[in-house]
Design a protein around this ligand. Structure first.
Ligand code: B4P
Length: 182
């Protein structure tokens, strides 16, 4: 099973991806987690990424595309994967198509977790990660609307998109996710 999770930052992609990992035994591949690991390791890439992430902007396409290319080439991705937070731009979506065509593994489903902006702001302020202050959260929502939301039409046009309401309990949302991938 090859799934993309496409919700806004803070819509619960990471939370639901972990449940999907347990249920289907395929890896979660989160560009946010990969970038935070690079920040924690103090690499040059990590230092540059941190400056971008702290302002709520997207890290450069070529950087995240390179990370995904490398990660998808690892053996555990052969049986399937959950892409959490990638792609986020048109060039990233085009690069993913190319990459999956190369390895003969097309996507099965793209799920958009749909959550109202005000709920997202409350959730992220409560989480309190380094990039979870109100100004950065609002910037991330603006960047999402401008750069990532257009991907919904892109995947709708290819009959891959399922929109899942992301409000309510984690369990209820997970049931909706399972129905969407069934
Ligand atoms: P991410 O790491 O992808 O974003 P996130 O804020 O963690 O969102 P997620 O949707 O996973 O939320 P979560 O489950 O944790 O991105 C961070 C930054 O990395 C971006 O701004 C960007 O700079 C960079 N980046 C990442 N990918 C990139 C790419 N492809 N291209 C360029 N740049 C990229 O849930 C949030 C909170 O809500 C948690 O506290 C959770 O406990 C809570 N929650 C979850 N479900 C809930 C529910 N049902 N009810 C109440 N609370 C809930």
């Amino acid at each position: 099973m090859r799934i993309v999770l496409l919700g806004a930052p803070g819509s619960g992609k990471g939370t639901q991806a972990k449940r999907l990992v347990e249920a289907y035994g395929i890896p979660q591949i989160s560009t946010g987690d990969l970038l935070r690991a690079a920040v924690a390791a103090g690499t040059e890439l990590g230092r540059k990424a941190k400056a971008t992430m702290d302002t709520g902007q997207l890290v450069a396409d070529e950087v995240v595309i390179g990370m995904i290319r490398e990660r998808l080439s690892q053996p555990d991705a052969v049986k399937g994967f959950i892409l959490d937070g990638f792609p986020r731009t048109r060039p990233q979506a085009a690069a993913l198509d190319e990459l999956l065509a190369e390895i003969g593994q097309p996507l099965n489903k793209v799920i958009n977790l749909d959550v109202k902006d005000e709920e997202i702001v409350q959730r992220l302020l409560a989480r309190g990660r380094a990039d979870d202050n109100e100004a950065t959260i609002r910037k991330r929502l603006q960047v999402y609307a401008e750069q990532t939301h257009p991907l919904l039409d892109y995947y709708r046009g290819r009959h891959l998109l399922a929109v899942v309401p992301g409000m309510g309990s984690v369990d209820d949302i997970f049931k909706r996710m399972q129905a969407a991938v069934a």
